[in-house]
Design a binder for this molecule. Sequence first.
Ligand SMILES: [Zn+2]
Length: 336
Amino acid sequence: MQGETEDQDEAMQIDGRPALRDPEDCAPYLGLQRGRIAVQALMSTFLDAGQMWAEEAATGRLLEGAYPHVQFRKFTTSEEARNGADWLWWWIDHTGTSFGMLVQAKILKRRGGGWHIDFGYRRRATQPTQVHRLFVTAEKFGVPAVYILYCGDRIYRAGLDCGSSVHPDGHCRERERAGVTILTAVVTDWLLPLAGATAAAKAFHESTPLEDIADPDRPQSFLRPLGKVSPEVSQFMLRPQDGARQVAKDLLEPVHRIRRSQFSAALLDRVESTDDALFHDLPADRGHFGVPYIPHILGGLRRTAPGYVENIILGRTPPAWVTDSVEGIVVIRLPR
Ligand SMILES: [Zn+2]
């Protein structure tokens, strides 16, 4: 099986990692790592057999592998009632601060000599695209729209060229842990007008290995605000964060980096948020993106998890407006 060596190498490197804290502190990280290794095995088996894996099967394997450090509840609502196969993920830390995100799974596909991810997919020509529907559902929950990308193994990605010259640690196609990555839809939506193959390779380049965003020891970037922001937001962007705030900051980082490369002045308008939002005064700047990107991403940060997440934790079924809108809910408790 072509992925076996890669998995073993990665597992050994992680086992030999000197700075690993108490395993309890790293539980969600280790869970997502196990899930990614399980997805990697699934993808490698399919590639070996000359076939492609399905998104649903990969998501099932990811959650199964990450359990019990990552909890999940799949809803059984009828297919017709449901809007899409998207999962709502909530990260909850020891302070109760929570971060939600609406996740859609996609496959990095090799097509001829190029690469493709069907972000603009629509079932019929008259229907809105899947990405449009993803943003509408994300808005309903007040959380960012996010993609999890299933990217095969390193042998599969060998011919990928993202076109970027910024690779301090080797080309991104050779990255470790990149079989399962994460990226906000703000970035993919911005990449969409590019030719298909370029958009897919660039999306891979900008994406982060999924387990990395749960690693409590990961390095953090210093995000210099573009315009005037409130003192709380400025502190959030400039200082190291932990728990749910750190996850939100990880998702904001690539968007902020791209925004800094766009030559347009930052809008100084502000956006008001909902009552339980962690930040109430966020800049409305959207740069060349389709939405004001800071409120879209940081809007997912709450002082406490919403009631429907409490329902899941207590073993109760959330209301129909929730179960009809998503495939299921993932709950990740971040230790101190
Ligand atoms: Zn790259």
